[in-house]
Design a protein around this ligand. Structure first.
Ligand code: BGC
Length: 505
């Protein structure tokens, strides 16, 4: 039986087929996304469960039940927000360590470490008897996510042939969204199991980690990482099997050339910061992740149940609405899986920015007019708001969500790839932390104005995609500088010949 799914093509410059091995390896690696997504989805539901609040955050529980409460402020509790956000701080620190591991031990080993950290975190969380155990568990989960989010997108971008790289990489986001959805469904049922339903919710995170850990035993290391670590024979063999063609000489030589340049760079982090020709990738990779978070998506992902309760939908209806947004998130990601290598990255980002802007502004307007401090929003408006939030999530799911991971993983040259991608991952984590930590307080202070705040960000990021972001569709990963950056109307100026030699440190 043929080992390929799609016949040979050289659309991305080098001949390659879409082999079953590449698809399988990408899907297994994408289970790292399932861990991440499950965690994102589970936190919001768990922090609105009375049993959980009573056990660890009695003051939050009290506030929630206070009579005549203020709609916008019922859940404003810093400690509760710390539960959600502590994980992201740990993830920042750990993705830095993971950048070293990716280079030194390879992408595959780094993914295995991710699964191990995550499992420890799950056990600590599900068995928590006090706040310390709970936070320690969150920190281990954060380590797992830091390692996973660093290694998985890089792994997929390197193992995939250029012309299928986008779609395969988006599988990572696809599994993030499936993780969020599963978590929402799990929360819906466990919220009815008293008093330990929340333990089931948190313990469920073990499954994706086990899948990733066991699955990673089956996958091959990327040819680039093998060659980079001196295993040239193995790397050439892996290149032939992953590309499904014998004629890989041209691509092999490109990788060898890239690894030789990479070897001259002793301090990739320093190099990234002082070398002018690294700035365009560093800026674009980092800002894309900042923008991804400032769409406001996690306000919906973490706090959908809380948000919907604020709008006067009952507890059950709220979790159900979160399930609806979760399903829309997953299904819409398919548009990116199949569209990103066809339409290109920029078109998706620009189209979605317009869609998301309109829905944020409308949600803000409805809430300003109908949700006052202590009333319940009239039901038709509550449903209209849920609908608009779905339109927003849809746009995010086929654009800023997946492309926030894909583009930073494909734009750096090998010598600064793990280090550069670290900046992208960590800005994602820092911004997620800031939003997770600040949202309930911001909601309390800014009320419906919070939606206009995010709308303003969307205007900025849309303009960035129009004017500054280059298109990377179909370009081989080790050819980005030559084919993309040096030809861009703005970024080309960072590549003056004298700068190439500067700071080879
Ligand atoms: C983001 C997460 C977000 C998720 C929603 C991911 O790409 O990094 O912060 O919660 O998408 O689907």
């Amino acid at each position: 039986m043929a080992n390929h799914i799609v016949a040979p093509s050289s659309g991305g410059n080098f001949p390659a087929m879409l082999t079953k091995q590449v698809v399988l390896c990408s899907l297994i690696a994408a289970f790292g996304g399932l861990m991440f997504g499950y965690d994102i989805g589970i936190s919001g539901g768990v922090t609105s469960m009375d049993d959980f609040l009573l056990e660890f955050f009695p003051s939050g529980e009290e506030a929630k039940h206070r009579a005549k409460e203020n709609n916008y402020c019922k859940y404003d509790n810093q400690l509760l927000q710390l539960f959600t956000s502590s994980l992201y701080l740990a993830a920042v620190v750990c993705s830095w360590a993971a950048a070293f591991c990716c280079k030194r031990f390879g992408r595959k080993r780094t993914m295995q470490m991710a699964a191990a950290f995550f499992l420890v975190g799950v056990v600590l969380n599900a068995a928590s008897v006090n706040l310390y155990m709970l936070i320690a568990g969150r920190i281990c989960l954060g380590a797992g996510i830091g390692f996973g989010n660093q290694a998985v997108p890089l792994f997929i971008s390197e193992i995939a042939p250029a012309q299928y790289r986008g779609g395969l990489n988006v599988c990572f986001q696809m599994l993030i969204t499936i993780g969020i959805l599963i978590a929402n469904v799990v929360n819906y049922f466990t919220s009815k199991i008293h008093p330990n339903g929340w333990r089931i919710s948190l313990g469920g995170a073990g499954f994706p980690a086990i899948f990733l850990g066991l699955g990673s035993l089956l996958i091959v290391e990327t040819p680039t990482s093998l060659i980079e670590r001196g295993k040239t024979e193995e790397g050439l063999k892996a290149l032939k099997t992953t590309r499904g063609v014998e004629d890989v000489q041209k691509e092999y030589e490109e990788i060898v050339k890239a690894t030789e340049t990479a070897k001259k760079i002793k301090h990739p982090f320093r190099n990234l910061i002082i070398k002018r020709s690294s700035w365009p990738q560093l800026f674009c990779g980092t800002i894309l992740q900042v923008f991804q978070q400032f769409t406001g998506i996690n306000v919906i992902m973490f706090y959908a149940p809380v948000l919907f309760q604020t709008m006067g939908l009952g507890a059950d209806a709220s979790l159900l609405s979160a399930v609806v947004t979760g399903s829309i998130n997953s299904v819409s990601t398919l548009v990116a899986v199949f569209g990103v290598d066809k339409f290109g990255r920029r078109k998706l980002l620009i189209q979605a920015a317009v869609q998301m802007l309109i829905s944020q502004v409308l949600v803000g307007t409805i809430l300003t007019q109908h949700l006052k401090t202590t009333n319940a929003i009239p039901l038709p408006y509550a449903y209209l708001t849920v609908f608009l939030i779905c339109v927003f999530v849809m746009g995010f799911a086929w654009s800023w969500g997946p492309l926030g991971w894909l583009i930073p993983s494909e734009i750096f040259p090998l010598e600064t790839r793990p280090a550069g991608f670290f900046f992208a991952v960590s800005s994602n984590m820092i911004c997620t932390f800031i939003i997770a930590q600040a949202f309930l307080t911001m909601l309390c202070q800014m009320r419906s104005g919070i939606f206009f705040f995010f709308a303003a960000w969307i205007v900025v990021m849309g303009s960035f995609a129009v004017f500054l972001l280059p298109e990377t569709k179909g370009v081989p990963i080790d050819e980005m500088n030559e084919q993309v950056w040096k030809k861009h109307w703005f970024w080309h100026r960072f590549f003056k010949p004298e700068d190439e030699e500067q700071a080879k440190c």
